[in-house]
Design a protein around this ligand. Structure first.
Ligand SMILES: C[S@@+](CC[C@H](N)C(=O)[O-])C[C@H]1O[C@@H](n2cnc3c(N)ncnc32)[C@H](O)[C@@H]1O
Ligand SMILES: [Zn+2]
Length: 317
């Protein structure tokens, strides 16, 4: 993909809210923990000529593309290919001090969804890979569905995809495996799901959307790394610094909400315990009592903003 095409197809989600909460108009150091196509990073770099950004992404293609797109900011921008659970070492390695703000815009990028050979989308026939980090030796989606038992597979499709037909889909996948014709490509999986799911007359999304989302979340352990990331973000931020997280899935938002509550000092002990045992300590002030959501105007102009929820906290000085 050419870098010019990217700007026209990709719009960063909730840009005004991010810049305001991060206080990007005041010069400082920022970490974009999900660099992607560099949409948010570009806005931060433009917001003040003293701003610097450390961009993190586990996808090597995203790093290359963002670097090309942000070439004119080369003196104020560095990029690191790593999982954001490694934010502490990425910040230390950059040697630029503690950030004033950290942003994470979770999930999958349009670059990944539009790639024809990485298996994120049923629009293109490709091997079921779905790894954001193709340099790692972790399991691909095809390997995952070749290994998991029927119940585990059904639970993943139900929990991460909100798919009501999860049990039937899992059963059919296992039946194909047993018949010696395992599902290994996007088209095979999309066809199977399409046959398994009854599509309502008003339904606009392809019936395989939810199953593909679920497998992607599982393959990349997208929920497993969140807690550690949030805990490390507090350590890394300068006192008074802000963390902004945008989620696109209810389970993701719940994890963020609970981690924020813990860090704001709310006791997590079971009820009726005579004395707090969880060691709750107030380290952050929550800036979004309820999650912020895109305006109607943004929803109209940017379909990716659908189901976005933004939460932010400030590290106590
Ligand atoms: C929604 S996109 C970000 C788009 C970006 N904010 C922009 O405006 O261009 C999410 C990006 O985060 C990356 N990503 C997701 N989870 C990650 C993780 N745990 N560690 C590092 N990168 C991750 C993905 O590879 C993807 O490129
Ligand atoms: Zn407690």
């Amino acid at each position: 993909m050419e870098t010019d095409d990217v700007a026209s197809i990709h719009q960063p989600v909730m840009p005004r809210e991010c810049l305001e909460l991060l206080d990007a108009a005041t010069g400082g150091l920022f970490v974009d923990a999900t660099l992607g196509l560099g949409g948010h990073t570009k806005l931060i770099l433009e917001a003040n000529e003293l701003n610097r950004v450390i961009g993190i992404d586990q996808d090597a293609e995203a790093i290359d593309l963002a670097k090309a797109r942000l070439e004119m900011f080369v003196s104020r921008f560095v990029a690191e290919q790593t999982n954001f659970s490694g934010i502490a070492s990425a910040v230390e390695k950059a040697g630029l001090g503690r950030p004033h703000g950290i942003l994470a815009d979770l999930g999958v990028s349009s670059l990944q969804l539009d790639s024809e050979d990485r298996g994120f989308s049923f629009r293109f026939n490709a091997p079921l890979d779905m790894r954001m980090d193709q340099s790692s030796d972790s399991e691909t989606a095809a390997e995952l569905i070749a290994r998991l038992g029927q119940d585990e597979l059904a639970n993943i499709i139900y929990q991460f995809g909100d798919e009501r037909a999860s049990r039937k889909i899992a059963r059919w996948i296992i039946e194909k495996r047993k018949a010696g014709t395992p599902i290994t490509t996007t088209s095979e999986l999309a066809d199977l799901v399409k046959r398994a799911v009854r599509v309502g007359p008003k339904e606009k999304t392809h019936p395989a959307t939810r199953t593909f989302q679920a497998l992607r979340i599982a393959v990349n352990d997208e929920l497993g790394v969140l807690d550690r990331f949030i805990a490390d973000a507090v350590d890394v931020l300068e006192p008074g610094g802000v963390l902004v997280i945008i989620t696109f899935h209810s389970i993701e938002d719940r994890i963020v909400k609970q981690a924020f509550a813990r860090l704001s000092g709310r006791c997590q002990c079971p009820p009726r315990i005579p004395q707090c045992m969880c060691g709750a300590a107030k380290r952050v002030e929550i800036l979004t009592k309820k999650p912020l959501q895109p305006t109607a105007e943004e929803l109209d102009s940017n379909s990716r903003s659908r189901s976005a929820k933004l939460r932010a906290f400030r590290k106590i000085r």
